[in-house]
Write a protein that binds this ligand. Sequence first.
Ligand SMILES: Cc1cc2nc3c(=O)[nH]c(=O)nc-3n(C[C@H](O)[C@H](O)[C@H](O)COP(=O)(O)OP(=O)(O)OC[C@H]3O[C@@H](n4cnc5c(N)ncnc54)[C@H](O)[C@@H]3O)c2cc1C
Length: 439
Amino acid sequence: MNSIQRITEQAICTGCGTCVSICPQKAINMRENAGGFLYAHVDKELCVQCRRCLNICPSHAENQTIDDVSESLRGKCLQGYIGYASSKNIRREGQSGGIVTALLLYLLESGKIDGAITNQLDTNTNRPKAVFADSAEIIKESAGSYYCQSAVVNTILENKSKRLAAVVLGCQAEAVRLCREKHVEDVRAIEYMIGLICAGQNSGYMMDKLIADCGCTKEEKLQRFRFRYSHPTDGGWPGNILIVTNKYRYRLDQTRRHALKPICESYRCLLCYDQMCIDADVVCGDPWGIPGDHSAGETVIIAHTTKGQELIKEASDAGYIAVRELDAQLIIKGETVDGRHRDKVAAGYAACQKNGWLYPYSVSEKAAKELSSISHKTYRKSLERMQYTRSRFLATDANEVSTLTKKYQEKLKRNKQTSKIKTIVKFPIRCIRYLLKKI
Ligand SMILES: Cc1cc2nc3c(=O)[nH]c(=O)nc-3n(C[C@H](O)[C@H](O)[C@H](O)COP(=O)(O)OP(=O)(O)OC[C@H]3O[C@@H](n4cnc5c(N)ncnc54)[C@H](O)[C@@H]3O)c2cc1C
């Protein structure tokens, strides 16, 4: 099958939307499947199997080779920083420290771009939607992170005639790079790629569930949705869930989102290397693991390119952001790139090999060797996650999704109980060992 359909049928579509704009037949559109994941739907009647969609797909193994695992996990780190938007309001409304919004404002107001690609809530679908933000107002309104999928690259390509700064996740940046490398689309007009550190996207079901959980009625119209609203009046960073309708303002504790994560996470994201958005000029994230008080909001930044380094300097000199240098290794450590993240990709590779699942990358012999060092326990745990998330993506109707989810939730509960029992049993054994050593 010479189309993106083979990617979708193997549950590895990232939902980036690049193929929609690329297809000369207009045979592809983005849809949401029963599990709530975005995927590229191919109209078989219109498709002429020209492969243009596969050529630019970040999940087509021929497009990306993992040669050096560390390099693929980290990218080039020219300089690390930590800081915040100089405007108090932008800092407060931003997800972390409002740096991304402030950088976009600097670029727009200094005439370096015509507009930015950001995300906003689509109140018709209750999902995030990528928009072309050509005013300071729209850029400011777009602040905050949507942890659900959005077909960002489709919107980038629709606006390719303009000078753009695009806010992108790793998979989206990879798709833009592929378009550039293969000259499939003229995306030189993207002046800047501002990346977000991303440990994974979730199914749109997460939004539906949180909206239902907050207790708003069907008659109320959603106006605002923040996965993490970190305004100081709402408790500061890292922030809780805020849902605003035409009638009320609802708040839910952050633990509600964490509880939904295992059942909403995307299978493709479990295979992804690019947490640090290595193709972007700069990548921005939360100050996880960085010592200090971040409650007023701070963003960590890594410049991957000299252009990114210059952008940080210029925006800082122009007074849009306040940053100080920070060892990029500290940021990488805080994001557990060499720990949890490396284990995740190693388990993903092993699972695809053992189960014959389509893997989105080509892997060199050297990298395969590096990936082979994974403990049986970590692999087994990851495999359970992958089996569930893959099945959820491939499920064909709501009943199947509901049955799968219930079963998986029960399994998670059992695992938790077992691990509690193990801890209780291990404790006296450890004490005895300790005492014996002392004697
Ligand atoms: C799916 C996802 C997963 C993330 N995972 C991590 C993580 O594991 N570790 C970590 O440190 N940080 C993570 N982040 C990044 C973090 O949430 C903040 O976005 C980042 O710290 C920048 O904060 P800020 O205040 O500078 O950005 P802001 O000034 O609030 O600007 C954020 C910009 O991102 C845009 N945006 C929002 N959602 C999306 C989206 N889904 N796709 C593309 N653009 C979007 C907004 O429209 C806005 O322009 C993740 C973000 C997303 C969207």
